[in-house]
Write a protein that binds this ligand. Structure first.
Ligand code: NAP
Length: 319
């Protein structure tokens, strides 16, 4: 195999956690002769340049993608349509356009109509991340031993898909190919619902804390800030997940609405069954459930998905 970079010019649009990690990893693995960058935020462009993340940073997204053979939209999913519209007249013939969004059906709907003839759209989603945002948050190893899911639309150019598979493998990822609808249902239960639960439980605890504080002023019995003080008891992990980027997660829930609502319905039914088991002192039901879930955790560990740089979308990060 030749040592030549896989791509002449990789353009990364959106230099946040994922975009900056892609810049680090692309460079560390020698996958591009030139890495061009763009972010809509001038301050982020300036900070990315100061960090030396890319070879050239562009105020204009069209300049960033001009001549690129791989263009990666690493913006929140809600911005992918606007990005596609802004770049379409600047894309080189034969270019591969991909993204990293956590929702795939909506991204295809938003980007595909803007793709010129001869440009290949192959959407993707690295199942890898942390709760941190911004260009300083990225690191080259983020994608190592994590899954990268590609969702090429029917009839996608096979060579373009193969090149993108090779790119993600070179970043250390295990690549899976699936259709966008399936991706969105799987991620709704493994990632989106756990985030929704984390956001809810942190909000509930915070409301409770406010009540406790009010009570302590009245009768001087309950010490304040107990929720934070005793957060090691499981709550801490929820607070980490609930610290994830608000823009990103707003877009995920709005753009994967049907699958999330379906999974939420199922979850609510199971929660009600658990509530009943507690009310009726049904220890056997609780014990059996907790034994089954413990086995599932062992499966996650055996599949190598419980390691150091974990994806917050499934709640396993330990940083
Ligand atoms: P992030 O750290 O917030 O970075 C996104 C960057 O894109 C921000 O700098 C943002 O600028 C910029 N941006 C927004 N709209 C833009 C536009 N129209 N043109 C150019 N730049 C634009 O987000 P992230 O965590 O890297 O997530 C990026 C994508 O990766 C999302 O689609 C997300 O679903 C996906 N993803 C995230 C994770 C994770 O754990 N974080 C994991 C896997 C996949 P402003 O902040 O000024 O808007």
């Amino acid at each position: 195999m030749s040592d030549a970079p896989q791509f002449e010019r990789v353009a990364i649009i959106g230099i946040g956690l994922i975009g900056s990690s892609l810049a680090h990893a692309t460079r560390a693995n020698g996958l591009a002769r030139h890495i061009a960058g763009h972010d809509s935020d001038p301050d982020i462009r300036r900070r990315s340049e100061a960090l030396g993340l890319v070879d050239s940073m562009h105020d204009d997204v069209g300049d960033a993608v001009a001549g690129a053979d791989l263009v990666i939209a690493a913006t929140p999913v809600g911005a992918c349509g606007a990005v596609a519209l802004a770049i379409r007249d600047h894309l080189a013939p034969g270019a591969i356009v991909t993204d990293v969004g956590s929702v795939k059906g909506a991204v295809i709907d938003a980007m595909a109509p803007h793709m010129p003839e001869g440009v290949h759209l192959v959407p993707g989603h690295p199942v890898a991340g942390t709760e941190h945002s911004g260009p300083e948050a990225g690191f080259a190893e983020l994608f190592r031993d994590r899954f990268a899911i590609l969702t090429p639309p029917p009839g996608a150019n096979e060579d373009a898909v193969a090149r993108l598979v090779a790119f993600w493998r070179a970043l250390g990822s295990d690549v899976e190919i699936m259709d966008a609808e399936h991706h969105d249902r799987v991620l709704a239960i493994t990632s989106h619902l756990p985030h929704l639960i984390a956001y809810t439980i942190v909000e509930t605890a915070s409301d409770l804390e406010t009540e406790l504080e009010a009570k302590s002023r009245d009768d001087d019995v309950v010490t304040t800030r107990e929720v934070i003080k005793y957060s090691a008891g499981g709550f801490r992990d929820f607070t980490r997940i609930a610290a994830s980027d608000p823009t990103m997660w707003r877009d995920v829930f709005l753009l994967n609405k049907d699958a999330v609502l379906e999974m939420l319905g199922r979850f609510t039914e199971d929660l009600t069954a658990l509530q009943r088991a507690i009310r009726h002192d049904d220890g056997d039901a609780l014990f059996e459930l907790f034994t089954r879930t413990r086995a599932i955790r062992r499966g996650v560990i055996e599949a190598g998905q419980a390691g150091r740089f974990q994806y917050t979308e499934n709640g396993d990060s330990d940083d």
